[in-house]
Design a protein around this ligand. Structure first.
Ligand SMILES: NC(=O)c1ccc[n+]([C@@H]2O[C@H](COP(=O)([O-])OP(=O)(O)OC[C@H]3O[C@@H](n4cnc5c(N)ncnc54)[C@H](O)[C@@H]3O)[C@@H](O)[C@H]2O)c1
Length: 366
């Protein structure tokens, strides 16, 4: 198969859909790979790195799309890419169709096969191509939170690890899922006192078993949250109710109960956030302050660490890319239920019901 790796053109997106290691595997399997000039630059990979493992570098994005059967990328196609995608293409990337009617209509119109990373789903309901980005965001939440706790950027002026004779900072983590556990682990590693809350007892039991003693689990309830926000320095929002908006666990009135300079990092911002005062921010301008509480609500946190994020993402996407290239999309999906869940749009038809539901379209009439 001929595989194309375009450079991401969405604002501030430095990740790339395939590393030289991925190209190496594909060329070893007798596939041809076209990589757009400088596609890997933002993630630390040079054109020469790709050439060394057999890729052919093409100057323009137009050439990459026109020369390839399967496109492997990171972000959903944006307007400039719409005319480049045609009925010959299989496109394997994050799409998030339910949040864009225009993208959905365009991909229906061009009759391509769209396989979305975010809906590739294991039998146990986990989402293997989303997990690494939650791992990155969870770990980064503490790195960012620790920074914004510094006084010059309006934080409380607390060093999370404390020093001998001075108690460590206190971190409250809402949600003991992937984001929450990674955040708790990082905070604990810095020596902070950590309280982690969830409504899922299984998750709390797991955390209690594997984390050190300065990570304390507590059942998530409004009463407990109201109590803890008063004396915690950094609050991480990592809750998720699948397919729904995040519950507002911290309401506007609660900000007044927090000490000035408390930092909230609402990782769940992409699902609306679990703090009532959350609004999405960008890496250029990541924070804002309401009632003396510093809010960090960047919707694409992994974008700030493209080297790590690209490797983490491509580690999990590559096995599927190889299967798609070796077998073709139809056979690959027939043989692999997990991958088949990623099929969203096939040749002008929506095959993932939730997308049609998101726009109140009748899937059978399409
Ligand atoms: N901002 C970013 O860049 C970024 C990156 C990756 C993920 N995310 C987002 O982070 C959020 C968390 O992702 P995840 O992968 O950890 O999800 P997850 O499903 O692994 O974990 C979510 C946890 O929240 C818990 N929960 C649900 N309701 C709760 C409540 N009322 N109180 C406490 N806990 C509750 C669930 O039981 C679950 O354990 C998602 O919204 C995801 O989209 C954001």
């Amino acid at each position: 198969m001929i595989i194309g790796v375009p450079k991401e053109i969405k604002n501030n997106e430095n990740r790339v859909g395939m590393t030289p290691a991925g190209v190496f595997e594909l060329t070893k399997n007798n596939h041809k790979v076209f990589v757009q000039k400088n596609a890997g630059f933002g993630s630390g990979f040079l054109d020469q790195d790709y050439k060394d493992v057999g890729a052919i570098i093409l100057e323009t994005i137009q050439e990459v799309y026109a020369s390839s059967d399967m496109i492997v990328k990171v972000k959903e196609p944006i307007e400039e890419e719409y005319p480049l995608i045609t009925s010959k293409h299989v496109v394997f990337t994050y799409f998030h169709f339910a949040s864009s009617e225009i993208l959905t209509k365009e991909m229906l119109k061009n009759k391509s096969v769209c396989i979305a990373y975010e809906t590739v789903e294991d039998k146990d309901g986990s989402l293997p191509l989303l997990t690494p980005m939650s791992e990155v965001a969870g770990r980064m939440a503490i790195q960012q939170g620790a920074k914004y706790l510094e006084k010059p950027i309006k934080g409380r002026g607390v060093l999370l690890g404390g020093v001998p004779g001075v108690p460590p900072g206190r971190v409250l983590v809402l949600g003991a899922g992937i984001v929450g556990i990674q955040a708790a682990k990082m905070a604990a590693g810095l020596g902070a006192h950590v309280t982690i809350m969830d409504i899922n007892m299984k998750q709390l039991r797991y955390v209690n078993d594997v984390m050190p003693n300065h990570v304390v689990t507590e059942f998530s309830s409004e009463y407990n949250i109201r109590k803890r926000i008063k004396d915690h320095d950094l609050i991480i929002g990592g809750v998720l109710i699948k397919g729904a908006k995040a519950p507002k666990l911290i309401t506007r009135d609660m900000l007044k109960e927090m000490r000035p300079g408390t930092v909230v990092v609402d990782v769940a911002v992409d699902q609306g956030g679990c703090i009532e005062t959350t609004k999405a921010t960008t890496h250029e301008d990541p924070t804002y302050i309401i009632d003396d509480v510093v809010h960090y609500c960047v919707a694409n946190m992994p974008g700030a660490v493209p080297y790590t994020s690209t490797l983490a993402l491509t580690n999990v996407t590559l096995p599927y890319v190889l299967r798609l290239a070796n077998l073709g999309w139809q056979k690959a999906c027939e043989q692999d239920e997990t991958l088949a869940k990623g099929l969203n749009i096939v040749k002008g038809k929506i095959v993932y019901e939730e997308i049609a539901e998101a726009f109140n379209w009748n899937i059978d009439a399409m």
